[in-house]
Design a protein around this ligand. Structure first.
Ligand code: GH3
Ligand code: MG
Ligand code: MG
Ligand code: MG
Length: 312
């Protein structure tokens, strides 16, 4: 006989252990002018494996945030010299959203008085001193789970599930912003379409086709690092090549298809290679739709001219 409560606690412990392992990658910044308060909070956080940074005032906290991008959460005091906790929250929120960086405020002022002010200024949550450690942990975990969940949802919304490249939606959003606002005279837009890809599916199966798409995506990412690379749909990919002359863009694209042609892709029980056709256009318009249309016309010509080539 096992009591229901015990079963529940097994689940709870399993979840907690998983969380403890995961916490090793999470850094929390403690901001408090009192050393004793910092030491106490640090002890609580270290007990759950978090990485901890400390600041004794707001300015120091802001500097640490700049230098330590792995900080996911700030636990701040309210009453501090030079900058109050609320002022610190306001400053942080000019740069980091509620989902990027969670802020938990801790104040000696009763919660009924201070909580609304903290929350209105952008804190995710708050606690009053003295607090119960269980409540402290509960608020830390709840808020971390929230920002992690939002990050997962954002990733899923912007990325293609199969290749993990940016998806079409994100490409339109980001490339649209770039072509509207940046100087794009030194940019080119390329559409890359795998040749006779249907035959790969027909001959080796859909899983092999998927694997070829994933491997092509990896090749594209490593060849065009620093540029916006996306899966446009099916076996088509899209790249915004920035800050390079038309000749350099052409050279890079030709180099890539040459590399691809000679790259042996491992698929179950076999290894194959594939070619790709590329249409590209130099960005002379701010209209993304127009640029895509031009690249698409060039791609059509590349296919008609016999594939495995780049056409402007
Ligand atoms: P072409 O050289 O003219 O581009 O010929 P193609 O066979 O590459 O082009 P076509 O448009 O006829 O076929 C594209 C194929 O891509 C058809 C579709 O089943 C396959 N495809 C699209 N998305 C996926 C996917 O996610 N996984 C797999 N395995 N196949 C896909
Ligand atoms: Mg204080
Ligand atoms: Mg196609
Ligand atoms: Mg194709």
């Amino acid at each position: 006989y096992i009591a229901a409560e015990t079963i529940h606690s097994f689940d709870y412990i399993a979840k907690l252990l998983l969380r403890l392992k995961h916490n090793r990658d999470i850094r929390i910044l403690i901001v408090d002018d009192a050393l004793s308060a910092r030491n106490y909070l640090k002890k609580l956080l270290l007990r759950h494996n978090f990485k901890v940074s400390e600041a004794s005032d707001g300015a120091e906290a802001l500097a640490l945030l700049e230098n330590q991008p792995d900080i996911k959460m700030v636990v701040t005091d309210q009453t501090m010299p030079n900058m109050t906790g609320i002022e610190l929250v306001q400053k942080i929120r000019m740069q980091y959203s509620l989902e990027q960086l969670a802020i938990i405020a801790i104040s000696a002022t009763p919660k009924s008085i201070i909580a609304a002010r903290f929350l209105k200024n952008g804190a995710n949550d708050c606690l009053s001193k003295p607090f119960n450690p269980d409540e402290f942990y509960a608020r830390i975990f709840c808020n971390l789970e929230y920002i992690e969940h939002v990050a997962e949802v954002q990733f899923a919304a912007n990325h293609d599930y199969l290749t993990r490249l940016f998806n079409r939606r994100y490409f339109f959003e980001r490339a649209g912003e770039i072509t509207q606002h940046d100087n794009i005279s030194n940019s080119a837009l390329a559409i890359i379409d795998l040749d006779h890809f249907k035959q790969i599916n027909d001959q080796y199966g859909h899983d092999a086709g998927d694997s070829v798409l994933r491997q092509t995506a990896q090749r594209l990412e490593s060849h065009f690092r620093g540029n916006l690379v996306a899966r446009f749909g099916g076996e088509e990919f899209c790249i915004l090549l920035q800050q390079m002359s038309p000749d350099e863009a052409l050279g890079r694209l030709e180099f890539f298809i040459h590399h691809l042609e000679h790259f042996e892709m491992e698929i179950p029980n076999n290894s194959i290679s594939i070619t790709a056709s590329v249409g590209f256009t130099v960005c002379q318009s701010n209209e993304l739709e127009k640029l895509i249309k031009q690249a698409d016309i060039a791609l059509y010509q590349a296919k008609n001219n016999g594939r495995n080539q780049v056409v402007e």
